[in-house]
Design a protein around this ligand. Sequence first.
Ligand SMILES: [Zn+2]
Length: 281
Amino acid sequence: MNRLSFAGLVATALFTFASSATAQVPTADLRLYTLDCGTLALDDMGLFSDTGEHSGESGVMAVPCFLVRHGDEWLLWDTGLGDRLAAVPGGVHQLGGQWTVRRTLAGQLQEMGLRPADIDYVALSHTHADHSGNVDLFPDATWLTDPAELAAARALPAPLGVDPELLKPLDTAKIRPVHGDMDVFGDGSVLILKTPGHTAGHKSLLIRLPRSGPVLLTGDLYHTRENRAYRRVPGPNVDRADTLAYFDRFEGVAAHESARVIIQHSTEDVAALPSPPSWLD
Ligand SMILES: [Zn+2]
């Protein structure tokens, strides 16, 4: 990297932090909707701690998708297990668990009066198959994607947890690269935050809601409340040191913002959120 482009990156990073430093009430109408994008019934929760806790115990995880309305623009965060699974009664058994979809994402959008083509931006916390099941629904969206995440997901053989077939539509999609953090709408209201470790380009999402206050969506930085409390690192994880370092970053942001933290796979955290037609704002 030459000095000029490095200086450019630093300037971009400083700009992001400057614009995000003040938790101001956004002028645009900002709402957070939580959609049901499936359920994972895990055979062995030992998968989610590389220090042996819960080995042999079964468990259930929520799989939400989140829709952010910003004025007349829409951002979808994560796409769930995949609408194709709704056609399989009882779901399918794969990757160490039973994957079940009771309600399709397309159907839930329709109930909100939206078509997939109405979604302007889509961002995945990471490219694992339980977050990328409906990539094919949004060929016209602008994809906010870390090039490092995409490159790692496209490696051969495919990394554990990645289904390359699900990501194929991204080969021809409009990609807006996310290097580090991204201020999605340019007003500090919705920030994609760099939190790598679980995967190379893993991200979390900060939404500064005017009435409810800041909300932080973890992605899979943490899989359970216990993992957050005890700083447990999952077994399938690309960089343990990064994961621990970005626990620190995430907790620093959560404390500074006094944010409500939503662990996306936590059934308790997700159950506490309103379902459409209700929202947080
Ligand atoms: Zn996941």
